[in-house]
Design a protein around this ligand. Structure first.
Ligand code: GDP
Length: 520
């Protein structure tokens, strides 16, 4: 390792002692984590191979898809808040033949299927908004084939409209524009289409090839036409999937349900999911006990682009997780155990990385303090020896929270405590974040972790953070819904989303310093 890092052997041994390893000798056998920790000490970022241990992989995509059957398109509705996404979803859902046949009892399972008059099907993901879309994409689960961009005719292009366009372009997903609220008097849909030009959305009316439909989600006008346009686009896209391979799906929702246990909605991408199958998603596995569709009807199998609720999970999988079929229960268990192991290592590495970063900063700060002190002493010496006319200003006290302040007067300094609630996707990460926050250098202002937990940010987290003054909720790899964000705004609580621990420390520190000057 010393050779790899290009450092002398005994230097590395000293370094190892410094970071708390004992019984050191030249034949000391390093674990992966120890080697990684040492490498990080030398500011070399190690790459830990991910392909070790039992894993499941999706089947390779066949070269010739034309022999496989067509599948329905999967559509996500995006657009600015209040532009009518939910209303459109409701109208679409209520127009489905299946729902009315089942007595209209629709089940929210994260997606629903619409059957057109000509027999075509469309699957709509019904968690509107970009958060879900981005979360899926961030996990490499690009579940959407087509984005319907809803723009209210009485409002025009707004921030989230632009965001939606960006998401769709980034993901290379085609857009269909739905100009909504066309029932409102005095609105001019063509103005919207013109406005969209500025953002690279050139509709057919404007000489481009992006379809647009004027609709009223509320009255239902134009909604059939929209569905037909989606079906036409899907046909051009030639969407097909294998039905006879091990299942490959995506978790779109998951929760614990009374009497049912862990339940997850999955969207089948390839293969056919059947009752009795063994599937793995992230670090959760499941022997499919039963499944139901969006009308609440039990189903025995689910084909590509259909969404089903799956009962029988040992743990709750997370939205966005890739679902893959295992050959046996024991394979599923091995894969899960291996993934848990790997995650632990990753968490550990993140914490180690954050700690090292912190240590490096502390060292830098201390050496600059020493330099300042040296310069001060030199200036004092120069003053006393007549080389300098003025006595230098005394150095401020360092690191103190209370007590003497530069100049000799004694005063109490209030330490401001910022209440912090930490939410994360897995408990390991939450602990790592809490641990890392404790490493923050002492300032006049400090964080006090008042609560930690796994799962999305909830209103009660916000309330807790807001109970003191200017609280902060740290959302590590988890989301907060609109209601929670509104509550946060009301309570003056900052919800800070993070994905990487380095950024987290940096940003939290920035936030603290922006609130109050550090004492030094
Ligand atoms: P979302 O935030 O994008 O999901 O928007 P909603 O579906 O909740 O709609 C916001 C508001 O606009 C609600 O009051 C709806 O009733 C109203 N709305 C939605 N679609 C239409 C429409 O086509 N015409 C009119 N006049 N109002 C609509």
């Amino acid at each position: 390792l010393a050779k790899l890092l290009d450092v002398p052997n005994d230097h590395m041994l000293r370094k190892m002692a410094n970071i708390g390893m004992d019984k050191l000798a030249n034949n000391y056998l390093l674990t992966n984590e120890e080697a990684a920790e040492i490498a990080l000490e030398y500011e070399v970022v190690p790459i830990i191979p991910e392909n070790s241990g039992p894993e499941l992989l999706p089947q390779p995509i066949p070269e010739d898809m034309s022999v496989h059957p067509y599948r329905p398109p999967v559509v996500t509705i995006m657009g600015h808040v209040d532009h009518g996404k939910t209303t459109l979803l409701d109208t679409l859902r209520n127009s489905t033949i299946t729902a009315s046949e089942a007595g209209g009892i629709t089940q929210h399972i994260g997606a629903f299927s619409v059957e057109l008059k000509d027999g075509h099907h469309i699957t709509f993901l019904d968690t509107p908004g970009h958060a879900a879309f981005s979360a899926m994409r961030a996990r490499g689960a690009n579940a959407t084939d087509i984005v319907v961009l809803v723009v209210a005719a009485d409002d025009g292009v707004m921030p989230q409209t632009k965001e939606a366009i960006q998401h769709a372009l980034d993901a290379d997903v085609p857009i269909i524009v739905a100009v909504n609220k066309c029932d409102k008097p005095g609105v001019d849909p063509s103005r919207i289409l013109e406005e969209l030009l500025k953002y690279g959305i050139q509709t057919e009316e404007m000489g481009g090839d992006i379809q647009s439909v004027n609709i009223s989600a509320l009255k239902g006008t134009g909604v059939d036409e929209l569905a037909e346009n989606i079906a036409t686009l899907a046909e051009v896209m030639d969407l097909r999937a294998e039905v006879d391979i091990p299942t490959h799906a995506t978790v779109i929702e998951s929760q614990v349900e009374k009497g049912r246990g862990n339940v997850a909605s999955v969207l089948v991408k390839r293969g056919t999911l059947r009752v009795g199958d063994i599937i793995v998603a992230g670090t959760a596995w499941c022997k499919v006990r039963s499944m139901s569709d969006d009308s609440g009807n039990p189903v025995k199998s689910a084909t590509p682009a259909s969404a089903v609720r799956v009962m029988g999970w040992k743990e709750i999988p997370q939205a966005g997780d890739m679902v893959l079929q295992a050959a046996s229960e024991s394979q599923a268990k091995d894969v899960v155990a291996n993934r848990i192991d790997k995650r632990k290592n990753r968490d550990k590495l993140q914490t180690i990385g954050a700690m090292n970063e912190q240590r490096r900063e502390t060292n830098e700060r201390e050496s600059s303090e020493r330099a300042e002190e040296k310069a001060y002493k030199k200036a004092v010496w120069e003053f006393h020896n007549g080389l300098r006319n003025t006595h230098p200003d005394p150095l401020p006290k360092k690191g103190a929270h209370s007590g003497e302040v530069a100049g000799g007067t004694t005063e109490e300094i209030q330490i401001q405590i910022v209440p912090v609630v930490i939410k994360g996707d897995v408990s390991g990460t939450v602990e790592a974040v809490a641990g890392a926050l404790k490493q923050l250098p002492d300032k006049k202002i400090r964080v006090n972790v008042i609560s930690t937990g796994v799962g999305p940010v909830t209103e009660s987290d916000v309330t807790m953070a807001g109970s003191g003054s200017q609280g902060v909720v740290i959302a590590f790899n988890v989301k907060a819904d609109k209601k929670t964000l509104n509550a946060a705004k009301r309570e003056g609580v900052e919800v800070m989303p993070f994905r990487v621990i380095y950024r987290l420390l940096e940003d939290v520190e920035k936030l603290l310093t922006s609130r109050l000057e550090p004492i030094r």
